[in-house]
Design a protein around this ligand. Structure first.
Ligand SMILES: [Zn+2]
Length: 334
């Protein structure tokens, strides 16, 4: 179904497909996309191809839990409206740790998940405030990624159309913690990516998958796809490919995933490791020092962007920042 409707996607997507087979020709790619890119989005794409590592932020959800949020009992994305000072402070702490890229507090801000809390009609409001809270930090010019997690239930064009409309003000869209590359493809292609609407800007799209070890020891997503299998469905439209979080997935596993990605694609790669599996009290075992000790191997493998997922804190991001600076591939100061 997807492949037949691909013929209907806008002309620019055909351009991007053509270019995606010529990833080495980066200047050409950037010139092509500059026609419709916002300046900050252009800055992000240039950095992804520059060889200088981009430092992202760490977890939002577990930081909100530390501030009293109760996952499952409440909608964490509603905190954009009820506790904006907390969201802003978390973003600010990550910027002060060296992050130059912030993700919005919108992981489950889709009509399907919001409906569980009777909030389906507040999607636009939640997104608008989330983008503002990530963008506005005096003295910093963060790149803002619109965080989009997979939604419960079947694929639904109305759900992803609403999300795409809502995240127009971001520098890029981050599909995070996805398991099914065909679902990510549906999100991107069925709605006519890369343009959100006929006259809208091009918004880069980053796709990140979550892995576990199967009973047989295979690395696979929760829908049973191995790293190589994630590439073909997303390569025509994604600007970067990543791996984040996971069940009992450590930095060595991420290194394997990245290496297997790299064997079959030239897309820029990124990782957002978690801090391990929490104990009964919700404490995460992997310290900033422990995660940072494994970062050089991932950078050696060609990772272009790194941040943190569940259980990571501003201290983890600060430890990553030290590693990146020490390798003299630090983010620019301004
Ligand atoms: Zn996570």
């Amino acid at each position: 179904m997807v492949s037949t409707q691909r013929q209907q996607v806008p002309h620019l997507l055909a351009d991007v497909r053509m270019v995606s087979t010529q990833r080495q020709q980066v200047p050409h790619l950037l010139a092509l996309r500059a026609r419709v890119l916002q300046p900050t989005a252009m800055r992000l794409l240039e950095r992804l191809h520059s060889g200088r590592v981009i430092l992202m932020d760490g977890a939002m959800g577990t930081e909100l839990i530390c501030r009293g949020a109760r996952p499952g009992a409440e909608c964490l994305e509603l905190r954009n409206l009820t506790h904006p000072e907390d969201i802003w402070a978390i973003h600010q702490a990550y910027l002060e740790s060296g992050a130059e890229c912030l993700t919005t507090n919108t992981f489950q801000a889709n009509s399907c998940a919001l409906a569980r809390y009777g909030l389906h009609d507040r999607l636009d409001e939640i997104w608008q405030v989330a983008l503002h809270l990530a963008r506005e930090h005096a003295g910093y010019q963060p790149l803002v990624l619109a965080d989009v997690g997979p939604w419960p239930g079947p694929l639904d064009p109305d759900v992803d159309r609403a999300i795409l409309r809502a995240c127009r003000g971001a520098d890029a869209v981050l599909l995070e913690t996805w398991s099914d590359p065909r679902a990510a493809e549906f999100f991107a292609v069925m709605r006519g990516y890369p343009r959100i609407d006929a006259n809208g800007p091009y918004v880069p799209l980053l796709a990140s998958f979550t892995f576990r070890r199967s009973a047989g020891g295979r690395l696979e997503t929760f829908s049973g796809v191995e790293p190589e299998g994630c590439v073909e469905p997303i390569e025509p439209w994604a600007d970067a490919l990543g791996a984040n979080c996971g069940v009992d997935i450590d930095m060595d596993d991420l290194l394997e995933i990245v290496s297997r990605y790299r064997a079959v694609t030239d897309l820029p790669l990124f990782v957002r490791p978690n801090a391990g599996t929490p104990d009964a009290e919700g404490r995460y075992p992997r310290t900033p020092v422990a995660l940072a000790a494994k970062l050089p191997a991932l950078l050696d493998a060609g990772v272009a962007m790194v941040g943190g997922c569940c259980g990571t804190t501003p201290a983890h991001i600060a430890a990553f920042h030290e590693v990146i600076v020490a390798r003299q591939v630090a983010p620019p100061s301004g």
